[in-house]
Design a protein around this ligand. Structure first.
Ligand code: SAM
Length: 344
């Protein structure tokens, strides 16, 4: 599918035509990654962050948040819980937190890898090559770093550089692949300033980089941030060009991504479940996704990892999240994935 066709499908509104898109995406998913839904236990290990991402509720400038950094023993307990629940991997995610020392992360990764069969994914933002190599050597398997937008001008608007550093996320993704990581990336749908052309280019970029994992969720405004605050409208593209941050557009982006990246692992995201608590997870899985990321962070930390308000599953324990995910997966006739569920 060429970029012009992606662009056309993103703007398609005819329900009968969209049924064709859903059927095609689901068939590509079934043929290439099968009916298994892989579960990744998400551990939100720190909400400290040095960056000012204009969309993110835990950015460095966000006021009134209690910051936390989980002690290693508690992170390891979460990993053991994920294993006990039958998950094949864990994702350790945080703000960009230099207080998470490279040796500490390496020790945690090594301990998980030597005591469990779990695959370990890191999502810790932009880090030095020495750190990335040390974590790989300790046994880390995968790294998630969303490029957020493939448009350099929009990237600069939504990522003011200070007090963080200038970014080249694409270059880090390339280097991580060279270090042996499976690499994951993604974008938000409907971020202010995102045009239809930019979103089509984002999807084409997933294909060009042959990304192993691709997370796509709606942009959900956080009132703590410039893009969710009183001046948010000033960031919008003209109405006929601005992508809406709604469920339908997110599902189209997921379906098109599945079609152009048939073998990638694609989660049905928490942001989608937040937008549509009743059916968002299932709809994502029926329109191309093959992964879910149940939260195994202890609830007392989970409420503090507020990247946007009203996040799905915030008040549930890992056990409750697990039961809910399992029921949702079975309700659409799919099966729980076994093993680490790496890129085929
Ligand atoms: N610090 C790491 C990084 O930057 O890659 C990982 C944590 S960051 C909070 C994880 C992802 O949350 C981001 O890549 C972004 O796409 C998503 N996110 C942040 N704010 C959001 C919002 N307001 N709505 C939807 N997704 C958001």
């Amino acid at each position: 599918m060429q970029r012009t066709e992606i662009l056309h499908w993103l703007q398609e509104t005819d329900e009968a035509r969209l049924e064709e898109l859903w059927a095609r995406a689901d068939a590509v998913r079934a043929a290439n990654v099968g009916d298994e839904v892989h579960l990744r236990g998400l551990i939100e290990i720190s909400n400290f962050c040095v960056r000012q991402c204009a969309y993110c509720g835990i950015n460095a400038c966000s006021q009134g948040i209690t910051r936390y950094r989980m002690p290693p023993a508690e992170i390891l307990a979460c990993a053991r819980e994920a294993h006990r629940l039958g998950y094949g991997s864990v994702v350790m995610q945080s703000g960009e937190d230099p207080g998470l020392r490279a040796e500490t992360i390496a020790d945690i990764v090594r301990e998980i890898k030597t005591t469990t069969p779990l695959a370990v994914t890191l999502s810790l933002g932009e880090r030095d090559d020495d750190e990335l190599k040390a974590w790989k050597a300790a046994g880390a398997d995968r790294f998630l770093l969303r490029f957020e937008t493939s448009d350099p001008a929009l990237y600069d608007v939504i990522h003011p550089s200070l007090p963080g550093t200038l970014s080249d996320r694409m270059a880090q993704l390339d280097r991580m692949r060279a270090f042996g990581y499976e690499i994951g990336t993604g974008v938000m749908v409907g971020i202010p300033g995102q045009t239809w052309e930019i979103l089509a280019q984002d999807i084409d970029t997933f294909r060009r980089y042959d990304m192993d994992m691709i997370g796509i969720g709606p942009f959900l405004p956080s009132p703590r941030t410039p893009l969710g605050g009183p001046d948010a409208a000033s960031y919008l593209a003209p109405p006929d060009r601005q992508v809406p941050n709604d469920e339908l557009t997110t599902l189209k982006a997921v379906a098109l991504t599945r079609i152009v990246c048939p073998r990638s692992n694609i989660p049905s995201t928490t942001a989608l479940a937040t937008l549509d608590p009743k059916a968002g997870r299932e709809l994502g899985l029926c329109r191309g996704a093959n992964v879910v990321m149940p939260n195994v962070t202890p609830p007392e930390y989970r409420v503090l990892y507020e990247i946007y308000p009203g996040k799905a599953c915030v008040h549930e324990t890992a056990q409750v999240c697990h039961g809910c995910m399992e029921a949702r997966i079975r309700s659409i006739g799919r099966t729980m994935g076994k093993g680490p569920g790496g890129r085929r």
